[in-house]
Ligand binder design. Structure first.
Ligand SMILES: [Zn+2]
Length: 108
């Protein structure tokens, strides 16, 4: 089953505090159920100094992107620049291609 959202895609967050924010998908996690989006869903973690091997982790507050469930994001079409639903169309080589439901253009 081809995934609706892929690494490197631009997505828009459609719910929560970051609604309306756009970012690039950095990583798919939880078997593709969640994505890490650069600059979105920032959480602060309090990091205690930990000795890990030869290096020492910086103590203090670190900010990192928490995974966002894919139901809370929408793919931004690279052709019409709007958050869009996609449908899958099989192309000549049998590969599933994503097509924007708004403008009808292939996204990949
Ligand atoms: Zn489009």
């Amino acid at each position: 089953m081809a995934s609706r959202i892929r690494q490197g895609d631009t997505v828009e967050i459609i719910s929560g505090d970051d609604r309306g924010l756009r970012g690039a998908v950095q990583l798919l996690v939880s078997r593709g159920a969640r994505v890490i989006i650069s600059g979105a869903n920032i959480v602060k973690k309090h990091q205690r100094p930990v000795r890990a091997g030869r290096g020492q982790v910086q103590p203090g507050i670190i900010e990192l992107e928490a995974p966002v469930h894919i139901s809370n994001v929408m793919l931004v079409c690279s052709k019409c620049d709007r958050p869009s639903r996609v449908r899958f169309v099989r192309n000549e080589d049998g590969r599933a291609e994503r097509v924007c439901k708004r403008c009808g253009e292939a996204i990949d």
